[in-house]
Ligand binder design. Structure first.
Ligand code: PMP
Ligand code: GLN
Length: 389
């Protein structure tokens, strides 16, 4: 029997590929987005405590009430909005599961979902598995802005979903208040759901403020909004995220969630709840923390030939290698691994039809020593690659 693939175009994610290559080539990995520094020891202690107390059996399907209450409190602190832990908050296995469940709940065969290019890689496969398909609208380079006329042009009766992501991975751009108003106007008279991927809600630079759909009365009513404690607590491997949606939409999301992961690791939820109740503002310094890292890395690379682009948010930094090479980004990223011993992420896998671009993505969620060492290797590579000047 020939096994028919349901996702014939999908290979292994670029993050996994580049992390594997980093190990093979013994390269410094500033590709895949994960911190290389320790989590807050008070969070680690909380985990040991709750395991010792025996909190080791199934958590409730929707998440522990303690954690959902802390999430509600956190959203109130951030956005001055109240969400009911019983009917509007669901704990998921990272943002990835929340996105998957929300997509399965929102679209079915024949439906269309609008996503913006470049797009985070998990959206399109989840839309395809639901039997729907993606219509891609480009974020306009060089600043990767939304083009709402293009969005309006892409809408039709089959459009059932729009996925937005701000701050945006991988472009490091952020949506403004007027973008949310435009989005609301686009879908006002249509039966379209929004998924807002806000995993970088606390990582905006230069005084910018995050515009959450949760604080937009019209959008809040029709959005699944997705967050990740992986980002907020520097613990990507804990795989704890959550999804906020109105009660009717939450009911549909939970129907998928209960047969997907059923429930999320109980001690992790108890530990996060305990930590947030003791330190409710633990996440408030994140923008300043990452802004300093962005400034360190961008400052070291400026003028090297691997030119940092403006970054408004996320824990990434794009660099343009156009003055060094015309090679496509997959080839160039491979060259960086072999010759500079630095692993990065090329941008083309974030596109359905990649334009010719000379950009790679670097992760700034690293110790300052790691960023300094990466910059040293990248600058000396760039100098060799450009030859005597
Ligand atoms: N969305 C975006 C934009 C991301 O960058 C990531 C991961 N970095 C995710 C979703 C997935 O988050 P998680 O690791 O919590 O599943
Ligand atoms: N979101 C992370 C990134 O953009 C990767 C997560 C993953 O490997 N699935 O780097």
């Amino acid at each position: 029997m020939r096994f028919i693939s349901k996702l014939p175009q999908v290979g292994t994610t670029i993050f996994t590929v580049m992390s594997r290559r980093a190990i093979e080539e013994n390269a410094l990995n500033i590709g895949q987005g994960f911190p290389d520094y320790a989590i807050d020891p008070r969070l680690a202690d909380a985990l040991m405590e709750v395991i010792g107390e025996g909190r080791n059996q199934y958590a409730p399907m929707e998440g522990t009430i303690e954690l959902r209450e802390q999430i509600s409190n956190k959203l109130n602190l951030s956005y001055r909005q109240r969400f009911d832990p019983h009917t509007e908050i669901t704990v998921t296995c990272g943002a990835t599961e929340a996105l998957y469940d929300a997509i399965q709940a929102a679209v079915g065969p024949g439906d269309e979902a609008i996503i913006f290019d470049p797009a985070y890689d998990s959206y399109e496969p989840a839309v395809r598995l639901a039997g729907a398909h993606c219509v891609r609208v480009a974020l306009k380079p060089p600043a990767f802005r939304f083009d709402w006329d293009e969005v309006r042009g892409a809408l039709n009766d089959r459009t059932k979903l729009i996925i937005i992501n701000s701050p945006q991975n991988p472009s490091c751009s952020v949506a403004g208040a007027s973008d949310l108003d435009e989005l609301a106007a686009c879908i006002r008279d249509r039966a379209i759901t929004v998924i807002a991927d806000e995993v970088y809600e606390h990582v905006l630079f230069d005084g910018r403020r995050h515009q959450s759909v949760l604080a937009h009365p019209e959008l809040r009513e029709r959005s699944y909004t997705v967050f990740s404690f992986g980002k907020t607590l520097h613990a990507t491997g804990w795989r704890v995220g959550y999804c906020i949606a109105p009660p009717e939409m939450t009911r549909e999301l939970r129907k998928v969630h209960q047969f997907n992961t059923f429930s999320i690791a109980s001690p992790l939820q108890h530990a996060i709840a305990r930590y947030l109740s003791a330190y409710p503002d633990a996440w408030q310094g994140l923008s300043a923390f990452f802004e300093a890292k962005r400034d360190l890395l961008a400052g070291l690379l400026k003028g090297s030939g691997l030119e940092p682009l403006p970054a408004a948010g996320t824990y990434f930094q794009l660099v343009d290698y156009g003055s060094i090479s015309e090679a496509d980004d997959l080839q160039f990223a491979d060259r960086l691994i072999r010759e500079a011993k630095v692993a990065t992420i090329p941008l083309s896998p974030f596109y359905a039809k990649p334009p010719h671009m000379t950009l790679v993505r670097l992760c700034i969620a690293k110790r300052d020593e790691t960023l300094r060492e990466a910059a040293l290797r990248l600058c000396s590579f760039a100098q060799r690659a450009q030859g005597p000047r």
